[in-house]
Design a protein around this ligand. Structure first.
Ligand SMILES: Nc1ncnc2c1ncn2[C@@H]1O[C@H](COP(=O)(O)OP(=O)(O)OP(=O)(O)O)[C@@H](O)[C@H]1O
Ligand SMILES: [Mg+2]
Length: 340
């Protein structure tokens, strides 16, 4: 079903993305593939569909739930969880890893502990894919061990790492191919960037989705949904679902903005006031550095230093919230107007 709100797993449930899936499949065998794109663009779906179509066992690690200053134990637990979920496909490969019931037990302390490098060496005996969804979450004090293990596996062509990230700048930072101090410095990766759907594709996607539900929706509504949600498949799916249960487009917009507002607040929770002001300035149409500076200073009643402001703007760009003083998602722009 095209409007199923979960990440898609089969190509028939996914609208288009043929080229991207084929590119991913064609590059399995390279060491690192990145799938990048803004929130709700379909990264997890494209990843899952591609993995379902290749004949190589895959481990999916979902880094989304990782807390910010995660511990080594958290990291090992996350990876063990990914391994556990794909245990059937890997049973023989990981027989050397202690398996307790259905839990793969990696231990992060003690004499008989298996390090990530040793784990990857075991997995490296055969072709395998290790996919890490929202991999930018792995940034942090514990990330070096993982990056060392990635770099160690890089030359052994058997493991392909596929990393997705909605915060593209942060994901690139994490991989660090341009950072001389990163273990992955200078390594090559293949990147698949997911873009929004075009007007025609969005309308086609929506009408096919409604057709599956035996609903006829006027062209005008489809056009408006495209305009409001800017061809972002996740929002179009959200719209399709809600509209088919009788909710008006206006109401759906409000629901979407509320959801986006919560996400934004969560992203800027370290410094909500300043980030909030910068975001509001951009949402209200400030398109230059000096206009934003003036807007923030007027409301704060004090000066903001240039380095602080550039830092905020760069972080918002790295998190893929804005680019060139504009929001990448119009729903986020509306949400930003509601920040206090
Ligand atoms: N091409 C597509 N065809 C149909 N549905 C899609 C498509 N792309 C994404 N979706 C739907 O949009 C929503 C978001 O997709 P998905 O979770 O794969 O995106 P994502 O980029 O991983 O999002 P997030 O940034 O939240 O992790 C889901 O409901 C998914 O089913
Ligand atoms: Mg995702």
């Amino acid at each position: 079903m095209l409007f199923d709100e979960r990440p898609k797993e089969r190509r028939e449930d996914l609208y288009d993305r043929e080229r991207e899936i084929d590119e991913i499949k064609g590059n399995v065998g390279r060491s690192i593939i990145l799938i990048t794109g803004i929130r709700r663009i379909g990264k997890t779906s494209v990843l899952k569909v591609a993995l379902n179509e290749v004949d190589i066992p895959a481990v999916i690690v979902d880094a989304r739930g990782l807390r910010r200053n995660y511990s080594r134990a958290d990291l090992y637990r996350l990876i063990a969880h990914g391994l556990t979920s794909s245990l059937d496909k890997l049973r023989d490969l990981i027989s050397g890893i202690r398996v307790m019931g259905l839990e793969v037990e990696l231990s992060w302390r003690g004499r008989d502990s298996l390090s990530l490098i040793e784990l990857f060496d075991k997995l490296n005996e055969r072709k395998i894919i290790i996919a890490i969804d929202e991999a930018q979450r792995l940034r942090g004090p514990q990330s070096n061990e993982l990056k060392d293990a990635l770099a160690h596996s890089y030359d052994n062509r058997n493991i392909t790492f596929i990393l997705t990230g909605s915060e593209a700048g942060l994901l690139h930072d994490f991989v660090g191919v341009e950072d001389a101090s990163s273990p992955l410095y200078g390594r090559f990766y293949f990147e698949v960037k997911l873009d929004r759907l075009s007007r025609d594709q969005s309308i086609d996607f929506l009408s096919k989705g409604f057709e599956q539900l035996n609903l006829r929706v006027s062209e005008e509504v489809l056009e408006r949904a495209y305009e409001e949600f800017d061809g972002i498949p996740g929002w179009l799916t959200f719209f399709g679902n809600a509209y088919s249960s009788g909710i008006s487009l206006e109401r759906i917009k409000i629901m979407a903005v509320r959801t986006a507002l919560e996400e934004l607040k969560n992203m800027i929770r370290d410094n909500p006031r300043r980030y909030g002001l910068v975001l509001r300035a951009i949402a209200e149409g400030k398109r230059s550095w000096s206009d934003i500076k003036e807007y923030v200073e007027e409301r704060e009643g004090s000066m903001i230093s240039s380095s602080v402001l550039s830092n905020i703007i760069r972080n918002l760009e790295d998190m893929s919230v804005i680019s060139r003083y504009e929001f990448l998602d119009p729903v986020y722009r509306e949400a930003a107007k509601l920040l206090e």
